[in-house]
Design a binder for this molecule. Structure first.
Ligand SMILES: Cc1cc2nc3c(=O)[nH]c(=O)nc-3n(C[C@H](O)[C@H](O)[C@H](O)COP(=O)(O)OP(=O)(O)OC[C@H]3O[C@@H](n4cnc5c(N)ncnc54)[C@H](O)[C@@H]3O)c2cc1C
Ligand code: FES
Length: 286
């Protein structure tokens, strides 16, 4: 069946970071924190997984950074344009319960995942502390939304241009010294999740990370999203994407993320060449 998913709004949030609201009633109806969609822009397009960042009526929000061919191509679309496929919600929802005090941490574009997790934790009765971090103040996204949702919000920047000069791990360590934290969620680049989750090890606090291996089908069939957790092979698309941080083999994850670097670079170069030839204008976002 031919189905098209309309982009209701397309906004540039920061350098190379875009927020799209896409009309996808089936996904919106069932979406929960921690889940994702797989988009395919057109018949010849590759599939890319993006986290469901928020839901409003029949629409879901995705926030993405342009890192390669498909995300670059997605960023050329505008409000009113359509996407061929939006499949989801995929993956297991976050394990939301009333734990007591929870800390939700987002790094860079990983901040996209945090409001929905924080919101569901709040609804379950938790006290929620948010930590959002970026390289600099210009790259910090969703600050107002997180401030509204969390009981307490901490901001970090690598260059000190806003909030604490340093990393989310520094703030988390301090919080753990001062009070009892019952659960921690961390979403960001693999290296950031590895380092930040290290802070909770001495305290034995259960910590979830949302893994972002390369995915193709998103249904547990192709094996491309294979990760090792507690010595066992898991498929992030169906067994995750959230896993117990203290059991994840991060070295393997990071090594597998680089498998296709050569092909990805070539594909982006071909797309850039094609775009130069075909278009006169640049991005036109709200
Ligand atoms: C469950 C999940 C949720 C994600 N949520 C978000 C999100 O909310 N916002 C966001 O900006 N990014 C998110 N990502 C990463 C996003 O899917 C990739 O950035 C995107 O697929 C890159 O495609 P590309 O063609 O533009 O780049 P490519 O040229 O294909 O690759 C550029 C980089 O992206 C990585 N990558 C490539 N293909 C995939 C893939 N299929 N899955 C994961 N990583 C890949 C590569 O290792 C490489 O480092 C998520 C990934 C997963 C697995
Ligand atoms: S993406 Fe194919 S098995 Fe997970």
């Amino acid at each position: 069946m031919k189905r098209l998913y309309k982009i209701e709004s397309a906004t540039r949030l920061a350098d190379r970071v875009y927020e799209y609201w896409i009309r996808a009633p089936q996904v919106a109806q069932h979406a929960r924190a921690g889940q994702f969609v797989i988009l395919r822009l057109h018949d010849a397009g590759e599939r890319i997984p993006l986290t469901i960042s928020a839901v409003r009526g029949d629409a879901v929000r995705v926030i993405f950074m342009t890192v390669g061919k498909t995300t670059e191509e997605l960023a050329t679309l505008h409000a009113g344009d359509s996407i061929k496929d939006v499949v989801g919600p995929l993956g297991k929802p976050s394990e939301i319960e009333n734990y007591g005090t929870c800390c939700v941490i987002g790094g860079g574009v990983g901040i996209a995942s945090t409001p929905l997790i924080a919101k569901e934790l709040k609804s379950a009765g938790n006290r929620v502390i948010g930590i959002i971090g970026a390289r600099n103040a210009d790259l910090l996204i969703l600050e107002d939304e997180m401030r509204e949702t969390c009981d307490e919000l901490h901001i970090t920047t690598d260059d000190g241009s806003k909030g604490v000069h340093g990393f989310a791990a520094d703030v988390l360590k301090k919080l753990l010294e001062e009070q009892t934290i019952d659960r921690v969620w961390i979403v960001g680049p693999a290296i950031m999740m590895k380092v930040t989750s290290g802070a909770t090890v001495p305290y034995g606090v259960k910590t979830y990370v949302s893994l972002n291996p390369i995915m193709v089908d998103g249904t547990g069939m192709c094996g491309s999203c294979r990760v090792t957790v507690a010595g066992e092979t898991k498929f992030a698309c169906v067994d995750g994407p959230e896993f117990d941080a203290h059991q994840v083999d991060f070295a393997e994850l990071m090594q597998r993320q680089r498998i296709y670097t050569g092909q990805e670079k070539a594909s982006l170069e071909r797309f850039a060449e094609h775009r130069c030839r075909c278009s006169e204008g640049g991005h036109h976002h709200e």
